[in-house]
Design a protein around this ligand. Structure first.
Ligand code: 6GU
Length: 226
């Protein structure tokens, strides 16, 4: 999968994909992340990419030309499955959306800044608008990093133990059960006995039960969807 990210702050996205699972996804050739700065494509002097909004009002808007020139260039090089715009007024991102995106070949992610981007880019280029939650971030970069991470880790072949994603919170619409490691007794706080019993069936049942209990306590609305 190839992800092209359009951002006026590529420095902000330099490190998130250079570690751990995102690094492995790329070194295995399963994920490619490319950063592009619209400033390198602007026809305006001094690298201008934003301007005052028509009609007045506080806040700058990203101008259409730098984005359109860059988008045209990318789209001439390959076919994209989606052109995604990161925006707090987009559709809420969730595990199902991550699963769907992980099956795509090529996607573009546009990070908004300032007051946003000229609406004509949204009308004529963008195919999908994503928000990562009901709060406002100062730009789309951190949200894009969240989406790339959530999508990248579930590309088939990325996780070492293929089953480990199956037990993630939300992968089956439920929260994950608690986990423990050594020591079996830490400061007098013991690991639940059942995890040491050696019976995989009993352990599985206990995890399932814990999963349901946690989901009921913390996110009861998830159980209603099942
Ligand atoms: Cl995608 N962008 C911004 N700027 N703020 C957000 C967001 C995106 N999702 C939630 N808040």
């Amino acid at each position: 999968m190839r992800i092209d990210i359009i951002t006026v702050l590529p420095e902000l996205l330099a490190s998130p994909f250079e570690h751990s699972i995102m690094k492995r996804a790329q070194s295995r050739g399963l994920l490619e992340v490319h950063l592009h700065n619209p400033r390198d494509y602007t026809p305006y002097k001094q690298g201008q990419v934003d301007d005052y909004q028509f009609g007045g009002g506080a806040g700058m808007v990203m101008m259409p030309e730098p984005l359109a020139i860059l988008l045209d260039k990318l789209k001439a090089e390959r076919t994209y499955d989606e052109v995604i715009f990161m925006t707090p007024d987009g559709v809420l991102f969730n595990q199902k959306a991550a699963n769907t995106l992980s099956l795509k070949e090529n996607i573009i992610i546009i990070c908004g800044h300032y007051k946003g981007i000229d609406d004509r880019i949204r009308q004529h280029y963008v195919t999908m608008e994503i928000s990562i939650g009901d709060y406002v971030l100062s730009g789309g970069e951190l949200a894009a990093a969240v989406v790339v991470d959530a999508v990248g880790r579930i590309i088939p072949g990325v996780l070492n133990d293929e089953t480990s994603a199956l037990f993630d919170s939300f992968q089956d619409g439920m929260l994950a059960p608690p986990v423990y490691t050594r020591p079996a007794d830490f400061r007098g706080w013991p690991v639940p006995d059942i995890l040491l019993c050696g019976d995989p069936k009993k352990i599985d049942d206990w995890r399932q039960e814990q999963s349901i209990k946690r989901t009921g306590e913390r996110r009861p609305e998830l159980l209603k969807d099942m």
